[in-house]
Design a protein around this ligand. Sequence first.
Ligand code: 5GP
Ligand code: ZN
Length: 115
Amino acid sequence: MEDCIFCKIIKGDIPSTKYYEDDLMIVIADIAPKAKKHYLAIPKKHYKSFTDMTDSDAIELGKCIKKVGEIAPSLGLENGFRFVINQGDDGMQTVPHLHMHLLGGQKLDEPNYCK
Ligand code: 5GP
Ligand code: ZN
């Protein structure tokens, strides 16, 4: 998608602080962190949301989630983290390229740490 911010970040056309990359996803720092540690795990394939996924997207997303679990300690999330996917307008999704928020580095005791 030519005008997608996350596709541009994945291509390297927009700079980001990248913590992890493989053939399926990148993990970057969120530009406006909502917790002490706030990462975005972004599958490289562009699709907006769960409702736009193919079966193969679902398999790849499962692999990405498993990888998130494996690399969490190296991201300083060894004590746990909150995992959030905002979906669609009511979910307040602002970037239409499916991504996972990883929030941690502190006790997430306020409900609005979800976003
Ligand atoms: P959403 O609201 O779609 O679930 O989350 C989009 C997230 O992307 C927000 O937390 C926002 O701060 C982050 N974001 C938006 N633009 C950029 C950017 O250019 N770089 C980075 N690193 N994060 C961004
Ligand atoms: Zn995209």
